[in-house]
Design a protein around this ligand. Structure first.
Ligand SMILES: [Zn+2]
Length: 188
């Protein structure tokens, strides 16, 4: 594949992530929807055995030198921080059919076996609300990696319920834009 595109490698609390995302220019690439993943390995139970910064470096090494991809997913959402991996304004590599038209968002954890707890869930709902508001996207367009016909992975695991995630993102966006519940409304 083409040359490694580099990473941001920065972790944010949800409100700081929202502010960060609003500073980004999408002149050259605008995704149409989000593809949701889970890391499977590492599990959430193992994630904090090394620092988040080291996780970013290890993942960069994995995607660049082991997978030999040009990039990875855009976000890794843990129970404490939202980590920006691939810059949000360039295509990532995470879902074969949809890399050129989607953001890839990884939940940290293996949700085939781990419970999808409130900390990771609330952080991803916040991150997804920010991303969808940013480009005026409809959260109902969210896809799971396992819905990609060219993928054999069961990703994310069964404890992530798509309709529940979408409803929570819609509720969050509605709460953030009082009086302006229609999608695509300019966030204030
Ligand atoms: Zn996946």
């Amino acid at each position: 594949m083409s040359e490694w595109r580099g990473i941001v490698g920065q972790g944010f609390r949800p409100s700081d992530f929202d502010r960060y995302a609003r500073t980004i220019s999408f002149m050259n690439w605008r995704p149409q929807f989000v593809v949701l993943h889970n890391t499977a390995a590492p599990k959430l139970a193992d994630w904090h055995s090394v620092s988040g910064q080291d996780r970013m470096l290890n993942l960069a090494n994995f995607y660049q030198n082991v997978q030999r991809w040009s990039a990875g997913p855009h976000l890794f959402v843990a129970d404490d921080q939202i980590w920006v991996f691939t810059p949000l304004n360039i295509p990532g590599v995470h879902s074969p059919s949809w890399n050129s038209i989607s953001w890839g968002v990884e939940l940290v954890g293996d949700y085939e076996v781990e419970p999808f707890g409130a900390s990771v869930r609330d952080n991803v709902v916040s991150a997804l609300a920010s991303l969808h508001s940013l480009l005026g996207l409809d959260p109902s367009s969210l896809r799971l990696h396992k819905e990609d016909p060219r993928t054999t992975h069961n990703c994310p695991g069964k404890n992530v319920v798509k309709a529940d995630v979408i409803q929570r993102v819609l509720d969050r966006m509605a709460a953030l834009t009082p009086g302006e519940h229609q999608l695509g409304a300019t966030p204030t």
